[in-house]
Design a protein around this ligand. Structure first.
Ligand code: BJW
Ligand code: ZN
Length: 269
């Protein structure tokens, strides 16, 4: 569409009151106010690397120690961070809607688990979790909240250190409890497909929802980038909440410009 989306909050809130199955698609921007770095833009660097340079299978093959330092740093960071008013408003909204027999589902690209920590019950994690591992040999997936995840990573991963990292021997990186194979973070890297069951669940929500909020995502990473546009193309109202326009902004009925932590409590409160 060539028409600038509406920013009429009262009109959007009226649509929220009439909705019975709300889909909330979230990205890194929803966690930014919790102090979690986003991926794109100036804050998106860890050392000299952008996330896409490390969040891919080749980087892990080349230098598993460096990639594990990156994820170890992000796991440890989460211990010091908490959900912000956007996560909290979303969780409260699900609870209120449930009392009226209505449904709210969060489909998140984030791996930080902050929606769950805020109390959201129905969460689909598209890109995995910082707190799960997968064995590269036997493929077993396990929850893992150890801090540090292994002794060799203790104190490693500082975001301002230089170079190729600590070059920890693979024997000393996180290993599988069942087969002792090398573990990797259970997250979806560039060039990898999303888990099929997760995708099926997400697509069902895309089809069933009668209102959609897309919060704090740059809408450039596929397949998630096309989810909200697909909902909009069915004629369902989609509202975007972001600091800035995205490539998808003009496909949506509403665009609210600002911080999720300020806007979401108003939109859903
Ligand atoms: C605020 C705010 C505040 C800030 N309030 N807002 C079709 C076309 C083109 C390319 C492809 C395609 N299909 C597949 C591809 C390749 C690739 C891709 O999409 N590339 C693009 C970059 C072009 N996709 C894949 O590889 C995917 N796999 C796949 O499709 O498999 C099939 C296949 C394979 C091979 C070839 C073809 C098909 C997998 C993608 C996995 C993405 N993984 C990552 C890493 C996860 C693990 C980790 O965290 O380390 O997921 S990448 C990274 O980006 C992470 C995020 O979930 C994801 C999205 O980022 P997000 O959440 O949008 O964050 P930002 O930083 O980009 O944006 C933040 C936004 O918030 C900004 O807009 C701010 O303005 C805003 N904001 N503060 C409100 N306070
Ligand atoms: Zn194993």
């Amino acid at each position: 569409s060539e028409v600038r989306p509406s920013s009429d909050m009262a009109a959007f809130r009226a649509e929220v009151r009439n909705a019975s199955h709300v889909l909330i698609l979230s990205g890194a921007g929803v966690s930014a106010e919790s102090g979690i770095p986003t991926f794109r833009g100036a804050g998106g660097f860890w050392r000299t690397y952008q996330a896409q340079e490390l969040a891919n299978p080749d980087a892990f093959k080349r230098n598993p120690s460096l990639v594990w330092e990156f994820y170890h740093y992000r796991r440890e960071l989460m211990v010091t961070k908490r959900p912000n008013p956007a996560h909290e408003a979303i969780a409260r909204f699900e609870e209120e809607m449930a009392k009226q027999g209505k449904k709210v589902v969060v489909v998140t690209q984030n791996i930080d688990e902050l929606h769950k920590r805020a109390g959201s019950q129905s969460v689909i994690e598209l890109h995995g979790s910082l707190f799960k591992t997968q064995c590269t040999v036997c493929f077993e997936i396990k929850e893992n909240r150890d801090s540090p995840i292994c002794e060799a990573l203790r104190g490693k991963g500082a975001p301002d250190a230089e170079g190729e990292g600590s070059k920890i021997p693979t024997e000393s990186l996180p290993r599988c409890g069942s087969c002792s194979g090398l573990l990797r973070p259970h997250v979806v890297w560039f060039g990898e497909g999303l888990n099929e069951d997760v995708l099926i669940k997400a697509y069902k929500e895309l089809e069933d929802c009668d209102l959609c909020l897309v919060v704090g995502t740059s809408s450039v990473v596929y397949p998630a980038a096309m989810f909200a546009p697909e909902v909009a193309s069915r004629g369902v109202t989609v509202a975007e909440f972001n600091l800035e326009d995205t490539p998808q902004t003009f496909n949506f009925k509403y665009h609210f410009s600002g911080q999720a932590g300020k806007l979401i409590p108003i939109a859903l409160g």
